[in-house]
Design a binder for this molecule. Sequence first.
Ligand code: UN1
Length: 507
Amino acid sequence: MTVSTITQLQDRVLAALEACGVPTPDGSGELLTRSPLTGEALVPLTRTTLAEAEDAVARAHEAFLEWRDVPAPERGRVVKRWGELLTEHKRDLAILVQAEAGKSMSEAEGEVQEMIDICDFAVGQSRMLYGKTMPSERPGHRLMETWHPLGVVGVISAFNFPVAVYSWNTALALVCGDTVVWKPSEMCALSALGAHQLLARAVAESGAPEDIHQLVLAGRDVGAILVEDPRVALVSATGSTRMGREIGPQVAQRFGRCLLELGGNNAAIVTPSADLDLALRGIVFAAAGTAGQRCTTMRRLIVHESVVDTLTERLVAAYRTLTIGDPRDESVLVGPLINEGSYRAMVDAIEAAVAQGGEVLVGGNRVLAAEMPDAYYMEPTIIRMPTQSEVVREETFAPILYVMTYSDLDEAITLHNDVPQGLSSAIFTTDQAEAEIFLSGAGSDCGIANVNIGTSGAEIGGAFGGEKETGGGRESGSDSWQTYMRRATNTINYSGQLPLAQGVKFL
Ligand code: UN1
């Protein structure tokens, strides 16, 4: 465990902001983000008012009317420039992400790399907004689909990936001809300012309409504007299932479109044939990495009874080597929880697990509390559970891994799917049939199903999202771009006749 001797977090943050081109905040304002690294307050910022948020939507809507007419490959140029600026300022933005989300530098830089990757992807996509042509049943007719810009996209993002998930949405929305109003997590307002400023620079340098991108620094009350305003054609929200349950019906009520990225309760199955060296590394990164604060964090491990003792013994030993502390020290692998609420949720979940028959195998203690009483560093924990009890079925956004056993694969898959959430999943096996069964329709019911890698750390090229209480949305790669556009089906008659479909006769 590492006690940080590094001070001057504030200076580091101000320098990074300045490098991204953000004017130095004047020290006034009521929005105070608190660094989970030390618990100290960072730079105060001014919150966006309700009127300003309404204005942001209006300006984004005005800009949309212009932006949708710009040819898509031309729109891609803005995103290309954004990607270049993100590459140039990767470290600066990562410093802000680290200060606010508490990640190791490698993971913080990885997050910015995801932004760069999605920019590359979106630039390519800007020349590939393909529609299908299908044979018409009528002679002298053409039947085809065309894709058109949708409108204003409201992006609501969470603290744990404060800039990457936002950029998945924004890079695609912009090439699709949409404009964006972004409400980041208030806990990560400085990272948001950095990312927004780099985009504002890309917009200015590319000569695109200034208002295609708006940042709203505010809480739920102001965020509600995005949910309610009919000009916001798509609300893309990342956060808790509780949040999704609230906003989903509200957006549906006005027939808006929603893209929801909600809770996960991701599991891995370890079969008797698994390569345990590989499984061990995959599990430790997915379960303890990012201090358990990824949507994709591995929270459940379903292990065949013949290998459970060997595997858990090795996992416990590996967990004991994890360095926990202020990740400005580059040897640290596990940083802090975001705040006291997360710490309490972790403590409560551990207590509940023990009350439900669980045995803590390792971890679960708070560390560095004396040195940093306002920062919440927790040892990642592994808890052996007799059954998939209530606490296991809930998502606790902290590094808790529940271990359960199984005797045959069907039983493992049933256990795996028997939770309300459906984001990510994995199987560790060297038996091809087992892998195929897990990936089949009767296997994992998640949006992401992996073989011989952990549940977290997806690449941007695939569609990202999950089923059931995860919300059903897909963002990032593959054909997710279609969510950011509206589809028109066109029938063109060049026959000079007017044959009706289905052979209908009239007049
Ligand atoms: C999230 O936790 O909200 O797959 C996103 C991953 C990352 C993205 C996580 N690429 O773990």
